[in-house]
Write a protein that binds this ligand. Structure first.
Ligand SMILES: [Zn+2]
Length: 426
């Protein structure tokens, strides 16, 4: 009798087939109408829909604790007058850990098993990932000005080195080098982050061309647009995931394509901060790998990839006055497979040999009934209430909406305690 870690019985694929799915070594080992074998754990899917899990390709997870503060401000005011002073005062290893747990709870409950993060004290986020079994690609933030974690580029880079060596063999943590943006890191610092990423074999994550103002600022300072500047210093290649990328010209888009850069599109954050609309259908036509991110909860204001996908499709249809501009299958691929691909993981498809990261969607909720087109209804109708079961690397994180790896009440208690402290400082 074959032995498996996990056996999922009677799940339904979007094409209508009913299948069993068996997991071995964290991967989908068998996918067939019927799989027999002994399993350490069995999930009876009972006709629920089987989809790959989501990837949040750009976030600042621990900012969940700032959710709801400073609404309706422009990006620079929001950062300089609200967020940066609060971060300077409150961000600590404990804050980042408690915020990460709240973020992870939200990610699990909305079907996400991998997130790409950029923040301070990433050791705390790493701890939260290892304790819960969610995958984190964790970017140690690098800036050219002093913060609580470091006072010079040298010190920031040393922190990346230490973090990378500590977590290089972690099953859940993937260390990433994360220079904040071209307007907060000099070309020299950016060049050094590239060198370090090459030396350690790491991916790079950066905010890029988020606002029109950023492009103006970089143009007047360096005489080049942001993507051109990064290309000129040799920063760009297929191991770079650039967040936002709203304001690009023809030449920059061709550079992104040639260098095989992945773009993490964050439509709700761009809308809320009034940053603009990224030319996503154009990027996809060129063959650029576009994935989806929520950005931090403080500029979204949630970490829900299902909502992000729905907003993404509708935004581009409306903006281009073309209901075919972006389809539900395209957006589903952006939210799943493209995100895993950006980070070099063979996942995001329900196929044998792929990583066992998947979700079960319950069609027996009002907003999913009656069911005609599972993919379109996942993107346009479902809310996270329909996310029934979440599996990461073959481990069940949530089953029948019950989160198995976190105590929800404990997480809320910590969040409320931070609220009391932060409220006194506002
Ligand atoms: Zn961001």
């Amino acid at each position: 009798m074959e032995r498996f870690e996990l056996l999922v019985k009677s799940a339904r694929l979007p094409d209508g087939r009913t299948v069993d799915l068996a997991v071995k070594d964290g991967k989908i080992a068998r996918l067939a109408p019927s799989v027999e074998g002994e399993a350490e754990y069995v999930v009876n899917a009972d006709g629920k829909l089987l989809f790959p899990s989501f990837v949040n390709a750009h976030t600042h997870l621990s900012m969940t604790l700032f959710r709801g503060i400073g609404a309706d401000l422009p990006l620079m005011d929001w950062l300089q007058k609200v967020i940066w002073p609060l971060e300077q005062r409150f961000v600590s290893p404990e804050f980042v850990y408690d915020g990460a747990l709240l973020g992870i709870l939200e990610l699990i409950k909305s079907g996400c098993t991998l997130f790409l993060d950029m923040y301070f004290f990433e050791e705390s986020v790493a701890r939260a990932c290892e304790e819960t079994g969610v995958r984190g690609a964790l970017g140690v933030g690098i800036l050219d000005f002093p913060t609580k974690v470091a006072s010079s580029a040298d010190e920031y880079l040393e922190k990346v080195r230490r973090f990378a060596s500590k977590f290089k063999n972690s099953p859940y943590v993937m260390p990433v080098v994360a220079p904040h943006a071209p307007y907060t890191c000099s070309p020299e610092t950016l060049r050094r982050t590239r060198e370090l990423a090459d030396e350690l074999g790491l991916y790079l994550h950066i905010h890029l061309s988020e606002t029109e103002n950023e492009v103006k600022q970089i143009l007047s300072k360096y005489g080049k647009r942001p993507v051109e500047l990064l290309d000129e210093i040799g920063f760009l290649d297929e191991r770079v995931i650039a967040a936002h990328v709203v304001w690009t010209d023809e030449r920059e888009r061709e550079i992104l394509r040639e260098r095989k850069v992945s773009v993490a599109h964050c439509p709700e954050s761009n809308l809320k901060l009034g940053s603009g609309v990224a030319p996503v259908p154009d990027y996809l036509k060129r063959g650029i790998n576009v994935c989806l991110g929520t950005d931090g909860a403080a500029s979204n204001d949630n970490l829900n990839l299902l909502e992000e996908a729905s907003t993404c499709a509708k935004l581009h249809k409306g903006y281009l006055k073309d209901p075919t501009a972006l389809t539900a299958p395209q957006v589903l691929k952006m939210a799943t497979e493209n995100g895993f691909k950006a980070l070099g993981l063979k996942a995001g498809r329900i196929e044998e040999g792929y990583e066992a990261d998947f979700i079960l969607i319950n069609p027996d909720v009002p907003e999913m009934q009656p069911l005609y087109d599972p993919v379109a209804q996942l993107i346009y109708s479902a809310t996270s209430e329909a996310v029934d079961t979440v599996v990461c690397k073959g481990k069940v994180l949530m089953e029948k909406r019950e989160v198995k790896v976190l105590d929800e009440e404990e997480v809320f208690k910590k969040a409320r305690a931070w609220r009391e402290k932060i409220l006194r400082a506002l």
